[in-house]
Design a protein around this ligand. Structure first.
Ligand code: SF4
Length: 211
């Protein structure tokens, strides 16, 4: 894909949604961090249902650590993989208290050292809580980037590297949200809705649908 086309895609996505937001509910960097840990292989809607009850009861590292494993599981048992996620969240809360003065560190290495936090989660937190121009490549971004040919790669790391290289600076902070939302609602996995896609004439996918 050439530069002009890429810029036009990004301009249209921006015009369509100038201030994109995550669909996870949160009000502090800590709440966002925990929500992202819980969201692995789960839907944002499912995570929000759980955190809407959890956060009024406990929304600091101390308070969640004090719930203990069983206390936390009570709130998140509707989310897939909740046993291992509960263990990771409790350990993460303990580390935040002991090592980071109960704050979420604005630092990639420190974030990735927390249990349950990999590169993708660190990218989301750095981007969404702290405004870094990081791009967290999830299944939606991977699919949209490859289908459109915006940034092609065989795995999420390759796509992230390519996106970081080709996305102009002015779009970098928000591109992660635009591509996730586009993948979630329009360029969906099973059957993309090319007929109602705002970048249909620019996308280089060969098997477009008329839906
Ligand atoms: S035209 Fe189709 S394949 Fe291309 S981005 Fe839009 S929905 Fe996805």
């Amino acid at each position: 894909m050439n530069k002009e086309k890429r810029r036009e895609i990004l301009t249209r996505l921006r015009d369509n949604n100038p201030n994109p937001q995550t669909e996870l509910n949160y009000s502090t960097p800590f709440e966002l961090l925990i929500a992202v840990i819980l969201s692995a292989q789960a839907t944002d809607v499912g995570v929000n249902k759980a955190t809407d009850k959890l956060y009024p009861a406990a929304n600091t590292p101390e308070a969640i650590a004090a719930l203990g494993l069983d206390g936390l599981k009570h709130y998140i048992k509707t989310i897939g993989l909740y046993n291992s996620k509960a263990a990771n969240v409790i350990k993460t809360c303990q580390m935040l208290v002991e090592l980071h003065n109960s704050q979420v560190p604005e630092n990639r290495e420190a974030l990735e050292a927390l249990p349950g936090v990999g590169r993708k989660t660190a990218n989301v937190v750095l981007n969404t809580a702290f405004g870094w121009p990081t791009i967290a490549v999830d299944t939606h971004i991977f699919r949209v980037s490859n289908r459109t040919k915006l940034a092609m790669g065989k795995n999420v790391d390759q796509v992230e590297e390519k996106l970081l290289k080709v996305i102009p600076a002015e779009f970098k902070v928000d591109v992660h949200h635009w591509l996730i939302l586009h993948g979630r609602y329009t360029c969906i996995a099973r059957k993309p809705r090319c007929g109602s896609c705002i970048i249909e004439d620019l996308c280089e996918f060969k098997e477009k649908t008329s839906d």
